[in-house]
Every structure is written in C-alpha cells, then in structure tokens.
Design a protein around this ligand. Structure first.
Ligand code: PEP
Ligand code: MN
Length: 678
C-alpha cells in the first residue's frame, strides 16, 4: 500500500505531539518563573497573596479563549484552577519556608499509601524536597517528632466521607506540638486483584477499615463479598498479590495496585465523587506566618458549666469578624458527658484583632489551647453569585435594581411564617453546587424537558454551558397528562444527567414525583424540582423538607400565591430552608398560550418572601417564539433567574418540543439577556 506523502506518518505525528507536550511543560515553567517575580513584588508591597477577584478574572478569560478555540471551557477551568492553586502555594512557600530547602517528615503507614502520597504532595507544594519516614503507629510518629528525629509529622485529621480522625485530636490535646500546615488530598480508591476477574467472582475484599467505609456503597452492591480489615491499604494489596487467588481483591491507591502488579478492576469506587482527606503538619515549635498569607488558627476550648457558654465563645469570634471553618466536639477525658470543642477559624495569631479575640475567649472559657496557626489550604469552596457570564460580543449583564420596595407585607398569612419576609427581611441566597441563587444574581437553568439519551443530554449540557447557562435541567420522572406518553428514563436517566452535568461543570436539577424518589435522587442531583402538579402533594413536600438539598418549587397551575407560599412553608417547617420558587404560568380563560405567565407574581413574591424567585417562560407560554421575550421580561421585573427548555431537535422531542428552543435560539437569547436591565 503506497502512502500519501502529504499526510504525515504516525511516527511523525507522535513526534509532533511530544514536541507540543514539551512546549506545554516549558510554558508552565515560564509561568512559574513569573509567579516567583510576582511573589517578590507582593513582598515589597505588602499585598495579600490570594486575590479572588483576579483569580476569577483569569478563569473567565481562559474559559472564553478556550471556547473560542473549540476547547471545552470546563476543562480549561479545571486545568487553570489547579495551576492557580499550585502557583499560590509556591508564592506562600516563598514567605513561609524561605529559610530551608528540605524537611524530614514522619507519617503513619508505608510507602505508596495515601499518607505518604499526601506528605509528598505537601512537601512538593512548598517547593521543598523531603525525606519520608513511614512508621507503623501514630505513637511512633509522635515520638519521632518529639525526640527531634524528624522535622514534621504529617497526619490525616479529617475525611469528607468518614469525618474526623479522633486519635489525632487526642494527641493535639495531650502533647505540646503545633500545627504548622495543612493540605487536602484527593483519595482515589480503586479495586485491584491479581487477574481481570468479573466482580461476581470475588469472595473477599481487603483494606484499611477507613478505605472500606469510604466505598461501602460499592461493596454493598457485591452481596457475595466479605471484607477483611488490614492495618493499611498497601498491606492489603500485598496480601492479595501474594495469595495469587483471583477471588481476592483489595481497595487502595492506583499507585499501590500498580506497584504490586495488580490489575485495576474498578476505579473511583468511593461513595462520593470526590473524597478528600485533610492532613495537618505538626512541628515541635510554632512557625509564624506572614500576615499576607491567608491563615487558619486552630484551638481547643472547654466551656464553663453555664447556660449559653459555647454561644458566648462563638459570639466573641463573630464580634471580631473571625469566620469559623470548623467546630467539633469531643468528650472530655474522665468527665462523662462533658465536652471539649475543637475550633478552626480564619485568622492569623499575629493580627491584633485575633490576639484580642483570643484574650476575650480566655475569659469565657475554662480551658483554651491554641494548637497552631498555619497557611489555609482546606477551606470550603466559596459559592459565586450566578451573574451571567458576559458573552464575548455582548455587553456585561447588570443585575436588575431592586424593582420592588423590599418591605415586609403588612398582613402576613397565618399559613406561612418562616417564608415571610417579615420574619427574615434579608434575601435568602440558595446555594446550588457552587452557585448562589438570589440577591442580585441572575441564574439561568437550561436543558431539555426530558432526558432522552446519554448522548443528547451530554451534547445539550455542553451547548447550554457554552452559551453561559449555569444549571442543567432534565426530567427523568415525568408527570405526563396521559399514561401512554413517554414517562421518562427514571434512575438510569438520572445517571446520564449527572454524568452530563459533571462533564460540563454544571450542577443539575431534576423533578421528583413521590416521596420514595427523594432520597435516591437527592444522592445524585444538586437540586430537586417539585412540579406544578405536585405543588400541594404534602407528603412529597414533607419528604423534600427532610433532605439537605435545595428545592425548586414550581407554582401549581391553579394555585394562588398564598397557597404557593404555604406549600413552601411545608418544606421550611421540616428544616430545609433552601427553597427557590418558580413561576411557570397558571390556567386562565386565555387559550392563545399554553398557560398565562403571571409575572406579577414575581413582584408580589419579592415583597412577601425572602426566598428567591425564578421564572419558567417555556411552560409559561408553551410556544418557542414567546420564550425569549418573556425571559427578558422576567429579568426586568426582578426575578432571580429563568428556567428554559432547550432541545437538540425540538420537533423530535419526546416531550414539550413546541416550547423548546434550539441550541442556536438559546445562544442568541443568552447574548441578549445579558443586556436587559431592571
Ligand atoms: C418541567 O419543568 O419539566 C415540568 C413538568 O414543569 P411543570 O411542573 O411546571 O409543568
Ligand atoms: Mn417540560
């Protein structure tokens, strides 16, 4: 077969690829050089190291550039978020560890266990080189540190699935050691065996109890399997490798599986998408931290035996504007049913307000010990107001001015108290994923009426995200007028929706129709929708009121605003305060539109309740051509967002095709929407 000389050979193409990869690494090195110069400039100007505004601007810029070059914007965001984090830790390192270049670190376990990999990440993140000493027990680690055989002990303190590691707290209470650093490490759990056996052939799984707990849902799905606890996951991997029995498997890091020549049967088997372990670095002496570095302080506190004692301690922190990132209670030794509290807050002990707050706390507390002050790495991801990302060629959107006087209604209904603005004058912000709905933000929910296939939802997610939508919608349990119409793909559809949302970097919202659906759907969806037909399904309202998931409560098609608020009250009364109301049109004598979109409800609600209000012009009008103008009108009258149905081929949609926009129509609307003012 003769080859076309104009097409490069595979070898040539691979060389080109290698060349590009090398260039990327060189560019990264160049970026880090600049970062080093910036750190110096900041050192001279006493500027804070982290600049969230600047970071947001960088991410928005690269996202836009990536989109314009046909590269996925979420991918660009992910890569650059990592890069920025790394750059920040390098800048912090220049202020924290400028006087040394290597450290010795003791950890519990063996090489290639999570503890060692995390210790390496911590040391590398500070631009240092390390000598790592793995020891069998926590006591040995602490003794090595106390007797000056190592510089640091690096210990796991908290896990996003399994919670706190109690023994570390006991060590911190009893010993005179200091927290000098923290880090969070992503735990990748995989299942590995000697051969590529089907899962039903497995009989026993080995691992550390914590690792087994973190993938309990996966293991529960294998009823024939028994578990055996091991001192660490690396031992478990070794035991499986040595036994050469294909019915045995171990849970641990992919690195450990590879080191023992095992085959990875399944990756990412953890109960949560992302399992993070928080680690602390302990040293014999405290290390002062430059005030420009954002810092956390940890302390132990025992309160007096007086009513409201803990509250008064927390008030002290609040008075000095110190925000709490963790509050944990542990039993006091030898004092049954008495507790001590472990507290982390954002602040540096070198700041005068922190020093004064600590003094004030000492007068309130029975016992107080500062455990350390260190650069913050593990802090909750800040939510962002859902302002429209300005499309490249359109003017930046401006939040609508408050179009209604936000004064409480004079006469509140007896059916709702918690939802009443008189009870809570400030607007409630509801967090969905990392987005905030409410206040001055304007959120756009978009997606098909129903999830029809994995491919269509993935493609739609990508498209609406590129146009600037924030949240992906898609029904999987569909409330259809007749029983012969398409009823939705059920939980299989939910998996498709969740995967599409994840790939596009968007939180997802989907409808629940019965109380039994609430828990399984809440496990995968970021927000639960109650449809118009179920607005007064009180069992369903009570059920969503019991889970910690935001709820999108659509207005019943024949419900008054009072009834709607009373329905929201059911959810709030169960303890779930995260309700967003959605006006989706009501039944009137008018038949030119599917429903009559009652935009006056928005202004009434903004006055009567503190809950956010959004508008669904798709169901509200039922006609594609009317959706965009009513979306603009919703923004103009003070709604906090819109929900819009979008379909790849509306004419072939399995539900609500007449009111669904094409990708192109949605993209066009999004450019305009940014320009509407209140
Ligand atoms: C929907 O959002 O897909 C839906 C069924 O809406 P509604 O409950 O408002 O009819
Ligand atoms: Mn629909």
């Amino acid at each position: 077969m003769s080859q076309d000389p104009s097409v490069p050979s595979l070898t040539e193409l691979r060389q080109q690829l290698d060349q590009t990869d090398d260039d990327i690494v060189r560019l990264l090195a160049r970026r880090l050089q600049t970062v080093g110069l910036i750190a110096k400039a900041k050192a001279e100007h006493a500027t804070a190291i982290r600049d969230p505004e600047r970071e947001r601007a960088v991410l928005a810029r690269v996202e836009n550039l990536a989109s314009s070059l046909g590269i996925s914007a979420p991918l660009a965001r992910k890569i650059f978020s990592e890069l920025i984090d790394y750059s920040v830790s390098r800048q912090v390192a220049t202020l924290v560890d400028s006087d040394r270049s290597n450290v010795s670190v003791a950890y519990q376990g063996q090489p290639l266990t999570y503890n060692q990999l995390a210790a390496e990440q911590y040391v590398a993140g500070r631009g240092l080189s390390g000598r790592f000493v793995g020891l069998a027990s926590l006591t040995q680690v602490i003794e090595q540190l106390a007797s000056s055989q190592v510089d640091l002990a690096f210990l796991p303190i908290e896990n996003t699935v399994a919670g706190s590691v109690n023994q570390i707290y006991d060590v911190l209470r009893e010993r005179d050691l200091h927290i000098v650093g923290e880090d969070s490490f992503k735990i990748e759990l995989c299942l590995a065996a000697v051969a590529d056996a089907p899962l039903p052939a497995l009989r026993r799984i080995y691992s550390h109890p914590l690792a087994l707990e973190q993938c309990s849902a996966f293991i529960d799905g294998l009823p024939q399997v028994q578990t055996t606890p091991f001192a660490d996951s690396r031992d478990a991997m070794r035991a499986v490798a040595e036994a050469k029995d294909p019915t045995l498997a171990a849970v641990g890091s992919p690195e450990a599986a590879r080191a023992h020549g095992l085959v990875i049967l399944r990756s990412d088997i953890g109960n949560q998408d992302e399992i993070l372990m928080r680690y602390v670095a302990l040293a014999r002496a405290p290390v002062p931290v430059d005030e420009r570095v954002s810092c956390k302080t940890s302390l132990i506190l025992s309160t007096r035996h007086e009513k409201g004692a803990l509250l008064r301690c927390l008030q002290v922190l609040a008075e000095y504007g110190l925000s709490l990132t963790k509050l944990e209670s542990r039993p006091r030794p030898n004092r049954p049913w008495e507790y001590m509290f472990f507290i982390d807050f954002e602040g540096n002990v070198a700041e005068p307000r922190v020093a004064t707050a600590l003094e004030a706390l000492r007068t309130e507390a029975l016992y107080l010990k500062v455990l350390g002050c260190y650069p913050a790495k593990a802090t909750p991801q800040a939510a962002q107001a859902s302002e429209l990302r300005p499309a490249a060629e359109s003017a930046a959107g401006e939040a609508p001015a408050a179009v209604v006087p936000l004064k409480p209604a004079a006469r509140a209904s007896k059916h709702y108290k918690l939802a009443d603005r008189a009870t809570r004058p400030a607007d409630t912000l509801v967090r969905v994923g990392d987005l905030l709905i409410g206040g001055d933000g304007f959120v756009v929910i978009a997606g098909p009426c129903s999830v029809e296939s994995a491919e269509m939802i993935e493609k739609t997610a990508r498209q609406v995200r590129e146009s600037g939508a924030h949240i992906l919608r898609g029904g999987v349990f569909k409330p259809r007028t007749g029983p012969y119409a398409f009823q939705g793909l059920g939980l299989a559809g939910l998996d498709m929706l969740a995967a599409a949302g994840k790939a596009a970097g968007m939180p997802i919202v989907t409808e629940v129709m019965s109380p039994e659906q609430v828990r399984p759907v809440a496990e995968k969806a970021d927000m639960l929708q109650i449809g118009a037909r179920n607005m007064q399904n009180f069992a369903l309202l009570n059920a969503v009121g019991k889970v910690d998931r935001p709820v999108l409560l659509k207005r019943g098609m024949s419900s008054t605003i009072e009834e709607w608020l009373a329905a929201a009250e059911y959810i709030l009364a169960q303890g779930n305060g995260q309700v967003v109301l959605c006006e989706r049109g009501i039944r009137t004598f008018e038949s030119a539109t599917r429903n009559t979109l009652d935009l006056s409800a928005v202004v009434v609600l903004r006055e009567r309740t503190h809950l956010p209000v959004i508008v669904d012009p798709s169901h509200g009008t039922g006609r594609r051509a009317y959706v965009a103008p009513m979306a603009w009108a919703a923004r103009a009258c003070g709604a906090h967002g819109v929900s819009i149905e979008v379909h790849p081929e509306p004419d072939k949609a399995l539900s609500d095709g007449d009111q669904s926009l094409t990708y192109g129509e949605f993209g066009k609307l999004m450019q305009g929407l940014g320009r509407v003012r209140g």
